[in-house]
Design a protein around this ligand. Sequence first.
Ligand SMILES: Nc1ncnc2c1ncn2[C@@H]1O[C@H](COP(=O)(O)OP(=O)(O)OP(=O)(O)O)[C@@H](O)[C@H]1O
Length: 290
Amino acid sequence: MNFDVRFENVTLKYQNTEVLKDIYLTINYGKIYGLLGKNGAGKTTLLSLLASFLSPSTGSVTVGDKNVYENEKIIPYIYFGNNFYYKNELVADYFKFNNSFRPNFDLDYANDLASIFKLPLNKPIYDLSMGKISALNATVGLASGSPITIFDEAYIGMDFFTRDLFYQEILKEQKRCQRTFILSTHIVSEMEYLFDHVLILDNGRIVIDDDYNQVISMGAKVTGGYKQVDKFVNDKKKLSDKQLGGIKSVMILDNIEQLEGAKGPYKGLEISPVSLHELFSNLTREDQSL
Ligand SMILES: Nc1ncnc2c1ncn2[C@@H]1O[C@H](COP(=O)(O)OP(=O)(O)OP(=O)(O)O)[C@@H](O)[C@H]1O
């Protein structure tokens, strides 16, 4: 089966409000996608369309060229578990339930993960803390073996050590059997090393859709004496600046390699890379237009 995802001219309206606009997007099978956007940008709505929880107001969402909405042949291969409808169930029964309808579910791996995350198999889900419920979602999502696995802020309530275990398992699983993971997150700094590809949603529109390395090479920091820095960045798009005494550091939107090439006489300047977290937080500030 082909698990490439395509959004073509997708809009989504809730009542009369358009929350997703003109989405054209291809999600290639086998990569880890980071989905970023401020609160209300439309991330969960976009993911809900892919998981067939919603149907688009216009356009189409397809997996392997087949419409995904209410498509019983495709839905079992997509994991998007941000809700627990079966809260009376024991954790162990919830595993069995998922095993009964998810074609690639690995019950042994689910039990191994339960022990890694210290999930009590014989407790009902409603007795779990928020962090443990997130660990349960992580466990079922990983063990589902789903070719398309969506984790929408799946770390909520997890402590740092549990989040780290979760990220390591995603990488291990990705190495073991290539799958598409889509990770929506607000903890960009902690998770960016996981991403092969970055999607940024702003106000219902995809504003960045590119390879991780390509995205972070869009920006750079220029540091040095303030007069030289000001002169060098004068005609460039500035994202932020900081000055301490005579030393200034300015983040600009410009390709880092081209900047190195353009340094010429500005020998004292240091040009350094930016993180995705820095780039994202500055690009989506209220006073920036993308
Ligand atoms: N069922 C609904 N009815 C009406 N409006 C909705 C509904 N669900 C979401 N919205 C609105 O759609 C917009 C996008 O919401 P969505 O949950 O997709 O954003 P998000 O990027 O996931 O946000 P967050 O980071 O806060 O989770 C928001 O303005 C939200 O208020």
